[in-house]
Design a protein around this ligand. Sequence first.
Ligand code: CUA
Length: 156
Amino acid sequence: MEINPYEKIWIGITIAAVIFMLAAITLASFGLGASLPGAAGSVDPRILVQQPPFNTPGLFQLSQGKYQAIMIASAWAFNPNTMRVPVGSEITFKVTSRDVTHGMLIEGTNVNLMILPGQIAEATHKFNKAGTYLFVCHEYCGTGHQTMSGKIIVTP
Ligand code: CUA
């Protein structure tokens, strides 16, 4: 079979592009630790309010500069919806839903979670810059969806 020289060049470019992209994915996932947030556990949404840790939602300090936010999303609010930490703090968010599917996106960060009833979503972020970080529900969850938000105040 005869292949046109131009076609050979394009075959070469295509193979190189595929190899480059596979290498980029491999480097990102294994070298840089980029990954999608996975399910961090499950919980029965019917008895959520009695079950630790979701019986006491809030922001808890684990150690110097490390916090854990235990959060419940429900139509149409986050509990807690305002959190305050000093700059440089690392917060691990554990979030679940009491009713329908919600979302949680914190502006200016990589935190972007799907909040499903029955599932616990988890993400960690270190807040290295002072300011107010708005977080919103980004899954349509009913008539009050657009009001479902909160903020993290990072103080200097
Ligand atoms: Cu919750 Cu949209």
